[in-house]
Design a protein around this ligand. Sequence first.
Ligand SMILES: Cc1cc2nc3c(=O)[nH]c(=O)nc-3n(C[C@H](O)[C@H](O)[C@H](O)COP(=O)(O)OP(=O)(O)OC[C@H]3O[C@@H](n4cnc5c(N)ncnc54)[C@H](O)[C@@H]3O)c2cc1C
Length: 372
Amino acid sequence: MKIAVLGAGPAGLLFSLLIKRRNPTWEIRVYEQNPADATFGFGVVFSQGALAFLERDAPDLHAQLSARMERWPMQRIVHRDEQVDIDGNGFSAISRLALSQFLQRLCHESGVRVDFSHTVSSLAELGPADLIVGADGANSLVRRTFESQFRPRVEWLQNRFAWYGTSQVFECLTLTFRENADGAFVAHHYRYAPDMSTFIVECDADTWRRAGLDTKDEAASRSYCEQVFAPDLGGHELISNKSVWRQFPLVSNHNWSAGNVILIGDALRTMHFSIGSGTRSAFEDAIALDRAFGEAGPHVPAALAAFEQQRRPVVEKLHAAANQSSYWYERFPDKLKLAPWPLAYDYMTRSGRISDERLTTMAPAFMARRPT
Ligand SMILES: Cc1cc2nc3c(=O)[nH]c(=O)nc-3n(C[C@H](O)[C@H](O)[C@H](O)COP(=O)(O)OP(=O)(O)OC[C@H]3O[C@@H](n4cnc5c(N)ncnc54)[C@H](O)[C@@H]3O)c2cc1C
C-alpha cells in the first residue's frame, strides 16, 4: 500500500506516524513545502481536556508532549485595565515548532519519508498512490484540485489579525482589550514556553484601515501594535514571524473524500483559533483515519467511509461552536461598552451552550464575583 500525504503540519505528520507504526510495510511519503525547521506562528494552545483523546489513543505521545507543555488552571480577561479571572477554564500550550520537530523525529524513526522544501504544484507530481491524504492546510491544493467533488465553502471573516511572539511571559491565557482613537483591539496572549509567549493582535476592518495598518509594512505594523499594548508588554518587543495581517477563513466541505483522496485537518475544516481546537481537531482526524484503516485494512473506500461516519458528527458540533466564537470576535468592539465582569460573562456564554448552572459549577469564583 502506497500513501502520499500532502502537508507536514500536525494532521499530516500524526497520521503518517500512526499509520506507519500500524503497518510498517506500507510506504508513506509526505510532501512539505517548508524546510524542517520552519513553521508559521509561535505557540498553540489546547483547551482543558483537549488532549484527553491523545492520552487514550496514543499514551506514549501524550506523555512526551505533556512534559513539554505550559499549563494553567484559568483564563483572564483584561478590560479597562481591570483583570477578571475565570477559574476552571484551563488551557495548556506548546511551541508549534517544538511540536512539529517532535512529530518529525518520531516519523523519521518509524520510517516515514518526509520530503521537506518540496512545494507540490500539481497532484500529478505525486505519482501513483493507493491513497492521497490532503493535510495541506486551509488553502489546500488537494481541495482546490477536486473542488467540484469536495464542494467546499470558504467564508472569510472580516476582522484582521497578526500572529506575533514576545519574550514577555504571561501568567495564563489572557484576552486583553485596548482602545485608542483609531478603534478597538484585542490581544490573545499566553506563554507557550517558560520564556516565550504567543501574542495575536486582532481588530475589526474599520479600525485596521483607520490605523493605517492596511498600508503599513511589517515593521511599522509591529511598532503600532507595541504602542497599543504597551501596558501589557512591559517593555518587551513583539517578535515577527511572517506576521502579516490576515483574515481567517472558515472552511468546510460538503464531501470529505473524492475517490481515493481524503481531506483532514484545516484542509477539511478550520476551527477559529479563539477556541484552541484547530490542532486538536487535526490530531483527532489523524487518529480516526488511522483507526479506520486499522479496521478496514487496505480497503480504501471502506476506511474512508468509516472515518467520515465516525468523525462527521463530532466535527460538525465543534465547528459550529468555533464559528459561533469567531462571530463574537467580529462584533467585539460593540461589546466594549460592557463593564469588565459582564464582558467576561458575555464572552464565556458566547456559544449559547453554557448555562449559568454549568458556569457556576465550572467557575465558582468567577460567578461569585457577579455584580449585583
Ligand atoms: C492565528 C492562529 C492561531 C492559532 N492558534 C491555535 C491554537 O492556539 N491552538 C490550536 O489548536 N490551533 C490553533 N490554530 C489552528 C492551527 O494552527 C491549525 O488548526 C493546525 O495547524 C491545522 O493543522 P494541519 O496539519 O491541518 O494544517 P497546517 O498546520 O496548516 O499544515 C499544513 C502543511 O501543509 C503544507 N503545504 C500546504 N500546501 C502545500 C503544497 N502545495 N506543497 C507542499 N506542502 C504544502 C504547509 O506548509 C503546512 O506545513 C491557530 C491558527 C491561526 C491562524
